[in-house]
Design a protein around this ligand. Structure first.
Ligand SMILES: Cc1cc2nc3c(=O)[nH]c(=O)nc-3n(C[C@H](O)[C@H](O)[C@H](O)COP(=O)(O)OP(=O)(O)OC[C@H]3O[C@@H](n4cnc5c(N)ncnc54)[C@H](O)[C@@H]3O)c2cc1C
Length: 416
């Protein structure tokens, strides 16, 4: 079948991979001149398969007033006149119950564990260089209440197939001596040996290299903005681009936060809100002072990932429109967090700053599958976990196209 995938971020590229495996004639269209130039460019680098509990949870609700009032809060909300924003927030708040949060976690774990298997299958088929490492992840806590919540979550997830360990402060330091500068505030941590890291942009580029060649022969139309998805009689007839109309039998919308406008034009509501975050990438100067594993420090809401001789550091969640302008105070905070947590580890004079938009849905679950337009499928809304979930989301979509029974329950992710 001739299939057009709109979006060459990690979700679109993984989708192209699995569709091409099934022998479809795939064309990937993106407005940027290379793949992985949107939110997939410099994210937190975590393949965080066991940490998929949604942002919408009772603890977020509890902490929200405090976060919104603090000027240096990791969470920021700029109210707008856009009714879609208010609708999104109302649905987010409604999803913050213990019951809904637990149900979402179970569904997301099924997708994320499937995603790990599918990424490994892709890597087994073709070696790809993207600084991938299975180095484990340690989430450290500085408050007893947070640690207790994390241990309760660990017990729930153990029943769902996650292998994690609760560690005391001394055990965290034995595992990651680089954390010694924050030893006085450490209460404990949750360690997951099976977690992985990788460079999402590099994986997008590697996927393009592999897919463009035989036997896949995927066509890439880069530097090609899709202006409109043309729908007639309940079917997509074409996608309209600056370079003319492109036609196929099936279309997949995987354009990250760009899916919102394109979906709206086609009469499909995606319910995505862009949530801005920031990262810095710094060269590691003294490897004995840098972390070996991925570290999440919940006290400062910052993640650190060792990535091919650099440290990728990410954080912040801002509901503040669609811009990706980089706020210097946010970058300064990330630099400061590295300097305090891993002093001397990195060259902090020359960091690469970045900002990106998480394509987030209110319950923090992606929408994967058929839309109300007959030949338009969606693969979007992976939010803060798009790198982690891309391979499994893409395989699910390819299974739906092929009419194969998928490994996860497709109804859990069916677009509303
Ligand atoms: C600070 C931060 C840290 C993060 N850390 C992690 C992490 O550690 N682990 C993790 O799993 N996830 C993480 N994420 C989330 C992850 O980066 C995203 O979920 C993921 O990149 C989304 O991929 P995507 O392909 O859906 O979107 P994108 O990567 O944004 O790709 C969408 C593509 O569509 C194209 N496009 C849009 N509109 C059009 C149009 N009209 N015409 C043509 N092309 C169009 C864009 O150019 C873009 O290339 C993080 C996000 C942020 C912001």
């Amino acid at each position: 079948m001739r299939i057009i995938v709109i979006g060459a971020g990690i979700v679109g590229m993984a989708t192209a991979w699995w569709l091409a495996q099934d022998g479809h004639a795939v064309t990937v269209v993106d407005k940027e001149s290379a793949p992985g130039r949107g939110t997939s460019f410099a994210n937190g680098a975590q393949l965080s398969y066991s940490y998929v509990a949604p942002m919408a949870s009772p603890s977020v609700l509890r902490n929200l007033p405090k976060w919104l009032l603090k000027s240096d809060s990791p969470i920021r909300f700029v109210p707008s006149a856009d009714p879609a924003q208010w609708r999104w927030i109302a649905q987010f708040l409604a999803a913050c119950t213990a019951g809904r949060s637990a149900a979402t976690t179970a569904k997301m774990l099924a997708l994320s564990l499937h995603s790990r298997a599918m990424l490994h299958a892709m890597m087994a088929r073709t070696p790809m260089a993207f600084d991938h490492a299975a180095n484990g992840k340690l989430i450290v806590h500085s408050s007893r209440a947070n640690m207790d919540d994390a241990v309760a979550q660990l017990r729930v997830q153990a029943a769902l197939g996650c292998e994690q360990q609760a560690l005391g402060a001394a055990e965290c330091l034995a595992l990651e001596p680089g954390l010694s500068s924050i030893a006085d505030r450490l209460v404990g941590g949750i360690y997951t040996p099976s977690e992985e890291v990788g460079d999402c942009r590099k994986l997008c580029e590697e996927l393009m290299r592999v897919l463009a060649a035989a036997p896949f022969g995927v066509e890439f139309r880069l530097g090609t903005e899709v202006r409109r998805i043309v729908v007639q009689g309940g079917r997509v007839r074409a996608v309209e681009t600056a370079g003319g109309a492109l036609e196929a039998e099936l279309y997949v919308l995987a354009a990250g936060t760009g899916s919102r406008a394109l979906g709206r034009g086609a009469g499909v509501r995606t319910n995505i809100l862009p949530i801005r975050g920031y990262s810095i990438t710094a060269a590691v100067r003294q490897s004995n002072l840098a972390p070996v594993r991925s570290i999440t420090d919940t006290h400062v809401k910052t993640v650190y990932a060792p990535l091919g001789g650099t440290l990728r550091v990410a954080g912040f969640a801002e509901i503040a429109g669609e811009g990706t302008d980089i706020r210097p105070d946010r970058i300064a905070t990330l630099v400061d967090n590295v300097a305090r947590t891993f002093p001397g580890a990195c060259d902090l004079e020359d960091v690469h700053p970045w900002a990106g938009l998480r394509p987030a849905t209110p319950p923090d679950m992606p929408a994967i599958g058929r839309s109300r337009v007959e030949n338009l499928l969606l693969n979007l809304g992976q939010g803060s976990l798009g790198f982690t979930l891309a391979a499994g989301s893409a395989k699910l979509l390819a299974d739906l196209v092929a009419g194969r029974p998928p490994a996860v329950n497709a109804a859990d992710f069916a677009p509303a």
